[in-house]
Design a binder for this molecule. Structure first.
Ligand code: SF4
Length: 478
């Protein structure tokens, strides 16, 4: 039976997910996955899930909430198995939110569980094709399309099905798939979202970020290559290059903000890249000031770099309540405004009577920044100069990060001076694109920076429509 799903307005940034997979028959794979997801919690805070393969069957638990809220001892103990995959998700609220939680489990022809980080550009076409073939859907996520393509595939082996499906997918997809036949990880040809391979004793695991390996005592081996399919099983690792893309396009924003500072990206510790961004920001945009403060925690590494390069003292002028989820990924402007007062508290004893430089990693809408500047002035700061360790965000992301619409972005259609005025800052400077690439020691030609430049690396750029159009189609199997 089909039913109409209510369409909720989309608002707020979303869909920065984290994935994990481990093959380790002699270990408690659900517990390993739990802790790996715990380390990846920053990538998605709306739902969490774990699936295991036990004796040829897939067992899965997924619910709305943080990893520590979703799982307890009895739930973990109910997930025995030889291998596991897990997922943390950020998405909108609404009636279909639970249905969109992952891992997705389908058993059409093949019994598979799947966890995905990214956004398919050709979701609408693939969805229509599958519907025409009589394939039903329980969710409105594009991730279920990948699961359905694999699960309904006529190939005898899941691995062959995956190899055949990968070239049909367009967009960003760092994905882990598990079936009783084995565990697989693959990444889109452009390598938009991160995915890394780790070693756990003589077994292997896959994660969005290497911080997930650290927490379980695994070591980072290497990144899964763009277009590569990796299989983990009894005989170790198998790998094949399924697609070759003309253009690699790793998300440069992962270096700036998304990834945890203790994760390695492209061979660099993110904390050090961000510190370097701060150093270069000082070189590009120095200012006479008495004190540097970071917007905690995301601005900390760049503020350290800015302070080190400038010789100006740095102190904690804003105290953050660590038990409030970061505002960037909370939906809705009103919530964000209310949430902020719970989140930051300025210290008049530190900032009072001083010329302050506030360093942060990025500005999307500017509501948070505007309020921070207001709070610092109320706390007695004489001047507030804003330094941002990324270029202005002016364009939407079509590759798995929903950063609001262009119109909501404060830098859209505004000069830097106009943005400074909007925010109430005495001065504002952003890191240049050139400075950003210098900081990460990489080249534009292998990265995506479309939200800063509007220069989309994939031919098709209507991905946002594709993803949301699935909800607009509003046809789900009930
Ligand atoms: S548009 Fe921005 S956030 Fe999206 S993939 Fe490109 S660099 Fe990353």
């Amino acid at each position: 039976m089909t039913s109409t799903n209510p369409i909720l307005p989309r608002e707020g940034p979303r869909d920065e997910c984290g994935v994990f997979g481990v093959y380790a028959p002699e270990s408690d794979v659900a517990r390993l996955t739990y802790f790996a997801l715990y380390a990846l919690q920053h990538r998605g805070q709306e739902s969490a899930g774990i699936a295991t393969v036990d004796g040829g069957e897939i067992v899965a638990t997924r619910e709305l909430g943080l990893v520590a809220q979703v799982f307890d001892e009895p739930k973990l103990r109910a997930l025995p198995g030889t291998m596991a995959i897990g997922h943390v998700r950020y998405s909108t609220t609404g009636s279909s939110a639970w249905e969109n939680a992952q891992p997705i489990h389908r058993s059409d022809r093949h019994n598979v569980a799947l966890a995905h980080n990214g956004n398919l550009i050709n979701a609408v076409e693939l969805h229509a094709e599958l519907r025409e073939r009589g394939v039903g859907f329980r969710s409105t996520s594009d991730s279920e399309i990948i699961a359905a393509l694999i699960s309904t595939h006529e190939a005898d082996r899941v691995e062959d099905a995956i190899e055949d499906v990968i070239p049909r997918l367009e967009g960003a997809f760092s994905t882990v798939v598990m079936s009783p036949e084995g565990l697989f990880g693959f990444r889109d040809g452009a390598g938009l979202r991160p995915l890394a391979l780790g070693r756990l004793g003589d077994r292997y695991c896959i994660a969005s970020e290497s911080c997930a390996f650290d927490i379980i005592g695994a070591e980072l081996m290497r990144e899964v290559q763009p277009g590569e399919l990796v299989g983990l099983g009894e005989r170790g690792i198998r790998t094949s290059q399924v697609v070759e893309s003309e253009r690699q396009a790793f998300c440069v924003f992962e270096h700036i903000y998304f990834a945890r500072p203790d994760s390695q990206l492209e061979g660099r510790l993110t904390q050090l890249s961000r510190r370097k961004m701060g150093e270069i920001l000082w070189r590009e945009a120095p200012v006479e000031a008495d004190l540097i403060i970071a917007v905690p925690d995301s601005g900390n590494p760049a503020a350290n770099g800015y302070a080190q390069a400038s010789g100006i003292a740095k102190d904690d002028g804003l105290i953050k309540n660590r038990y409030v989820a970061r505002t960037f990924i909370q939906p809705g402007q009103e919530l964000r405004r209310h949430g902020l007062r719970m989140k930051f508290n300025p210290l008049p004893e530190i900032v009072g009577g001083k010329r302050i430089v506030v360093v942060d990693d990025s500005i999307v809408r500017g509501n948070t920044t505007r309020q921070i500047i207001g709070m610092l002035r109320d706390a007695g700061a004489n001047e507030v100069h804003l330094r941002i360790s990324a270029p202005p965000i002016r364009h939407p992301c079509h590759y798995g990060i929903d950063m609001s619409t262009r119109q909501e972005m404060i830098a859209h259609d505004r000069s830097v001076e106009e943005v400074a005025r909007e925010l109430g800052a005495d001065s504002l400077a952003y890191l240049s694109l050139r400075g950003l690439y210098e900081a990460i020691g990489a080249d534009r030609s292998t990265h995506c920076d479309a939200c800063f430049t509007g220069d989309y690396p994939l031919e098709r750029t209507d991905g946002a429509r594709g993803k949301f159009a699935l909800e607009e189609l509003a046809v789900v199997q009930s």
